[in-house]
Design a protein around this ligand. Structure first.
Ligand code: G6P
Length: 445
């Protein structure tokens, strides 16, 4: 690292890459990047070139000596990396569209990271991330893996449980988005707001809120439920209003994804309507991506275009770049990340991944112990953790029964029968990306 930092981004052809590049450019003084390697697979080559050339123009405009390399050779890129970020999507958006459409046929939530969609995204992704980790052990054993690939919690869990690699941090923009919306409610600068986060990825709660160090949790919950503010959530989740009495009774800020659990029927109805009118989220995003890549092709474009804000990943670059900045500079500030629990949440196993406010050091995040989760949310969090663990085992082994078990214990499934029907249809639909389930002529039950 003495000559500057080497960053490798796997899934570099993603439309989100300009976010990351913008974040690195902004922080160049504290995070002097020498090389940024954007890696993709042959199917992603065209996108990699388009977005890579935009990245080069952005760096040039900023007048910075960052070399941007584009490659399809992951191993060449990984050699001596300092930080590896992962943001790939196995099977691309077409696979996500299946994850969303198929469950809906059975009147079950169809979502990228929850329920059957979350399981299948995990089954496709985990073997790939474990391969990346193997390459890292050999080619850049001192690097940190910063994973944004969804389902980020399950992926972090899989690396912690099914490899020897410990230098992984899972990252998500949900907590930072909550912090931003709280700041908006309070009409203050986001830097003055601190939220204690705990839970799992896409299952995280803001347990306490502080303004300039003073506990304002109750005031924030009152304001949230006052009827004065439009419901806030990520661009990919319908902002259906919470019941104000429920939120006050809960005493904590739920994340947008909790709507799939606490408002399941309404969310399902909404998904059916959207799917019929404009398509599922993946189908909408496919169109958005086309527009974005048309913009990225413009040789006069040398900034992140504002249209990228229509994606769910707002603040993603801020979260990613400030994490890397804090690790590199041993800043010891507090950021919410997915990391090994180590006793921070008593009712979750020590060796499991949790999403929690942590002190960010050069040796990785140190989760801040909360004692335990409040009783009303503890059970759901534990149930999702069980789902993630069984799903990760299914992904690693290709064991049909484990996959069935994972899906059936997921709280979004109504029965073992429906779980099995969905599982069978989705295994067939995703066959080409699930070789572990189709070895030795394994037959579906
Ligand atoms: C949110 C989530 C991310 C997810 C994204 C999807 O930001 O935190 O994990 O990837 O939404 O956004 P999209 O625009 O692809 O629907």
């Amino acid at each position: 690292m003495s000559n500057g930092i080497k960053i490798v981004t796997i899934g570099g052809g993603s439309s989100y890459t300009p976010e990351l590049v913008e974040g690195f450019i902004k922080r160049y003084d504290s995070l002097p990047i020498r090389e940024l390697w954007l890696v993709d697979i042959p199917e992603g080559q065209e996108k990699l070139e388009i977005v890579g050339n935009l990245a080069k123009r952005m760096v040039k405009k900023a007048g910075l000596p960052i070399e941007v390399h584009l490659t399809l050779d992951r191993r060449e890129a990984l050699k001596d990396a300092d930080f590896v970020t992962t943001q790939f999507r196995v099977g691309l958006l077409a696979a996500r569209a299946k994850d969303e459409r198929i469950p809906l046929k059975y009147n079950v939530i169809g979502q990228e990271t929850n329920g059957p969609g979350g399981l299948f995204k995990g089954l496709r992704t985990i073997p790939v991330i474990l391969d990346i980790v193997k390459d890292m052990e050999e080619l850049c054993p001192n690097a940190w893996l910063i994973n944004f690939t969804n389902p980020a919690g399950m992926v972090t869990e899989a690396v912690l449980r099914h490899s020897n690699w410990r230098k992984i941090v899972g990252l998500c923009n949900v907590p930072i988005s909550i912090q931003m919306s709280v700041a908006k409610l309070l009409e203050v600068e986001p830097e003055r707001v601190h939220v204690d986060f705990a839970g799992l990825n896409h299952m995280v709660y803001g347990l306490h809120v502080y303004l300039d160090g003073k506990d304002v949790t109750k005031e924030v919950l009152d304001e949230m439920t006052s009827g004065k503010h439009a419901s806030a959530t990520m661009r990919n989740i319908a902002a259906i209003d919470w019941d104000p009495d429920f939120i006050k009774a809960l005493g904590a800020i739920p994340c947008g994804y909790h709507r799939y659990y606490y408002k399941q029927a309404q969310m399902l109805e909404h998904e059916h309507e959207e799917a019929a009118e404009q398509g599922t989220r993946a189908e909408v995003v496919q169109k958005l991506e086309k527009e974005l890549f048309e913009l990225y092709k413009d040789e006069n474009l040398d900034i992140k275009p504002p249209q990228l804000e229509k994606r769910g990943g707002a603040y993603y670059s801020d979260a990613a770049c400030s994490l890397i900045d804090s690790m590199y500079n041993d800043k010891r500030d507090i950021q919410p990340v997915n990391t090994i629990n180590n006793g921070a949440i008593a009712s979750i196993p020590d060796e499991s991944a949790v999403e929690i406010s942590s002190v960010i050091t050069k040796d990785g995040p140190k989760p801040i112990s909360i004692g335990d989760l409040p009783v009303p949310v503890r059970g759901l969090v534990q149930q999702i953790k069980s789902f993630e663990r069984v799903a990760a085992e299914a992904a690693v082994t290709g064991d049909y029964d484990k996959a069935l078990l994972a899906l059936t214990i997921n709280p979004l499934l109504p029965s073992d029968k429906v779980a099995k029907e969905i599982l069978n249809e989705m295994l067939e639909a995703h066959k080409e990306h699930l070789p572990q389930f189709f070895k030795e002529n394994k037959v579906l039950s």
